[in-house]
Design a protein around this ligand. Structure first.
Ligand code: NAD
Length: 297
């Protein structure tokens, strides 16, 4: 079996997988590969899949499968798997870190000190305690964010039309029946939906105008769920107080208007990139490749 590692994984993974076959990072060998391992950098689109003559399995180490043409892969008999459970804590911790950084103005405080300034009077912080956090989507990552927010004394409300009431009840999160209801309440809004036809561009001029003035928005799901130009305008007008994002239209962002805003906090798509999570992803990949090797997939 030839296992092709298209993207970066934990450094111990090649050795772990070597018991199942040859492991390579040489993309020239894509046509021969039986297993392709990708994260978010590689797009397994039609052209990628059509280059493969032997491919049996694509594993996306991570959650979203929006960079895999799953229908085309499956039409050619290629199994598509991901590792959806692995990343929840890693991403939730980044979302929470962004929220606390924004409320405590950590970046401005640090940068001003480095610039030789002492802004003790100017840098008034705000507390998360007692504020309302809105979660757009209440899946695995959002539930981890909710746990942390509740411990901080926040009131947590979520909009997720695909979940039954008992999920809300078991997490201590109030249910918003509509997204308008969510927007009307959230002082902080954290985005946790997949990228689908329904969620693409869901934060736009109209929906941003329905939110509470000064809302702080945290995006660790996908860049394309917002319309960047509309977000930049809402930041300039003060309708949105801050936009914290780990995710972009493209990695890395090219000509994003948001890069010109001083009301943003950025990270380079590192939500899943904790040491612990890369190990967990590696363990799950090892299990899936093991099942393929035993013809049990
Ligand atoms: P999940 O599948 O557990 O949860 C997604 C939730 O969104 C589900 O409960 C679903 O019902 C809900 N949902 C779907 N469409 C919706 C809509 N239109 N309106 C409201 N809710 C909707 O997924 P997860 O593990 O929580 O991950 C969420 C997303 O986070 C992934 O799809 C991925 O795009 C992103 N992600 C980003 C990183 C990163 O590095 N920043 C890492 C992992 C995942």
């Amino acid at each position: 079996m030839l296992i092709l590692m298209c993207d970066s994984f934990d450094a111990t993974l090649p050795e772990k997988l070597s018991r199942f076959g040859e492991v390579t990072k040489d993309m020239e060998r894509l046509p021969e590969a039986h297993v392709a391992l990708i994260r978010s950098k590689t797009t397994a689109d039609k052209a990628f899949i059509d280059k493969c003559k032997n491919l049996k399995l694509i594993i996306r180490g991570g959650v979203g499968l929006d960079n895999v043409d799953r229908a085309h892969a499956e039409s050619k008999g290629v199994i598509v798997k991901n590792t959806p459970e692995a990343s929840s804590i890693a991403v939730a911790e980044l979302a929470f870190a962004m929220m606390t950084s924004a409320s405590s103005r950590i970046v401005e405080a640090h940068n001003s000190m480095v610039a030789g300034k002492w802004l003790k009077k100017e840098l008034t912080r705000t507390e998360l305690f007692g504020k309302t956090l809105g979660l757009y989507g209440l899946g695995r990552i959002a539930r981890e964010v909710a746990k942390r927010a509740l411990v901080f004394g926040m009131d947590v409300v979520a909009f997720d039309p695909y979940l039954p009431d008992d999920v809300f009840a078991s997490t201590g999160v109030r249910r918003a029946a509509t997204r308008e209801e969510l927007f009307a309440q959230a002082q902080y809004l954290s985005l946790h939906t997949p990228l689908t036809d329904e969620t693409r561009g869901m934060l736009n001029k109209k929906t941003l105008s329905e939110m509470k003035k000064g809302v702080v928005i945290v995006n660790t799901c996908r860049g394309k769920v917002i319309v960047e130009e509309d977000m930049k305008a809402a930041l300039d007008e003060g309708q949105v107080g801050a936009y914290c994002t780990d995710v972009w239209y493209n990695d890395p962002p090219q000509n994003s208007p948001l890069l010109q805003s001083t009301k943003c906090l950025f990270s380079p798509h590192i939500g899943a990139s904790t040491k612990e999570n890369l190990l967990r992803i590696g363990e799950q990949i090892e299990q899936i490749v093991g099942l393929l090797a035993q013809n049990k997939l």
